[in-house]
Design a protein around this ligand. Structure first.
Ligand code: SAM
Length: 227
């Protein structure tokens, strides 16, 4: 509810940006230097073999390093994020390579179109509601399309939380529990692995994927689903 109200007020097209300039620059430097998940991305590309130029949506794309990876391999990429600062960085990166990309500024829930592959890398926690977002992801897929998501889970939450002072720590635990057990989201709590499993096991018939795998990989929950 609170997040929904804030979404109406905090509009990226009116200049609101949650990412500070310095943070965006530093994150981009690290992201472009760090190797992307090459093996996984290549295996996803192999699943899309046979499609002339697969349509890829990079949701919560940040500086666009993953978008660029897929564009360099011939995909038609849509970059989607709420941050204009990341938008400027991603645009520059594509311009430098002389590659095309569709850029869409907006909240995760505002993504439009249908795709062969939807990438959700480390941004699931910014959605307004976990179940609603799972249904949204399904609706963004073409038949046979794939969602690949790496989701920071409760282990990531614990690692981050120990660095906070006591008051903030308890506030975050409260947010986490509210979201886990009552599906009430204040701020951006990381969903637990169990919550993600629960969300997908309870999807209604209309949004049920053909295939769905939810695996734990340390502080990530890795979701692969096929429409
Ligand atoms: C941790 S970064 C991940 C960036 C990139 N996907 C990666 O794997 O490095 C989270 C991203 O989510 C974006 N973001 C945060 N809240 C968002 C929202 N409500 N809607 C869309 N994007 C959002 C941020 O701007 C940021 O780019």
């Amino acid at each position: 509810m609170i997040n929904r109200l804030l979404k109406l007020i905090r509009r990226p097209e009116r200049g609101w940006d949650p990412i500070p300039e310095t943070y965006a620059r530093e994150y981009a430097e690290i992201a472009y230097r760090a190797p992307v998940a090459v093996e996984k991305f290549d295996s996803l590309l192999r699943c899309l073999e046979g499609k002339a130029r697969p349509a890829v949506l990079d949701l919560g794309a940040g500086p666009g390093h993953n978008s660029l990876y897929f564009a360099l391999r011939g995909c038609r990429v849509t970059w989607h994020d709420v941050s204009s600062r990341y938008l400027a960085i991603a645009r520059r990166a594509f311009a430098e390579k002389g590659l095309e990309c569709r850029f869409a500024l907006g909240y995760l829930e505002e993504a439009a179109g249908t795709y062969d592959l939807v990438l959700v890398s480390q941004c699931w926690n910014y959605c307004l509601n976990d179940s609603g977002f799972a249904r949204k992801l399904f609706s963004l897929l073409k038949p046979g399309g794939i969602v690949y998501a790496t989701i920071n889970n409760e282990i990531f939450f614990r690692e981050k939380n120990v660095r906070l002072n006591t008051l903030k720590r308890y506030a975050r635990i409260f947010q986490f529990l509210l979201n886990s057990w009552l599906n009430v989201k204040i701020g951006h709590p990381f969903p637990s692995h169990a919550k993600i499993k629960r969300v997908f096991s309870r999807l209604d018939k209309r949004h049920r994927p053909q295939e769905c795998s939810i695996e734990r990989s340390g502080h990530y929950t890795v979701l692969t689903m096929k429409r």
